[in-house]
Design a protein around this ligand. Sequence first.
Ligand code: FEO
Length: 175
Amino acid sequence: MFNEKIQIGLKKQLNRELESSQLYLSMASWMECQHGSLEGISNFLYDHSDEERKHMLRLIRYINKRGGSSDIFMKSTFLEEVSYNSLKELFQKLFEHEKIISKEINSLVELSLQERDYFTYNFLQWYIEEQIEEEALTKMILDKIILVEKDKAGLYLFDRDIKNFHQKMKSSCKS
Ligand code: FEO
């Protein structure tokens, strides 16, 4: 029987990943509507929404593999806001969101150690690596947005950078 406390923690996490996917999706759509010419950023956000969904699937499949129960979804308390005053505000929110997710992953890792569930401890290492990357990435984007936000040419170049960076990330994931 899969440890009940661990299962509850993992289920909460998979719902957070679902919420993350929805958050990125709503931001992508907002970007596309409000800043249609900056398609590098909106494409990055659309693709990242898919990534978050994959994070959710990984958790679902792990719970099922361990013999957990399949009533996985919780009522979402999310997405009351889908509008932003600026690009800076959007990426500030994203960075804060990723920091919250990192904290939650840390708590789950702690729980797995308390419960001596070393399989789950091992499983969660992938999420730790991922959060290090995601926090660094959203912080890097935010810092750059702060630098170029008021400068249209700078914003155009930044969007192109994101497009190139995103393409590189996608092709390194394939190889
Ligand atoms: Fe899967 Fe960005 O947390």
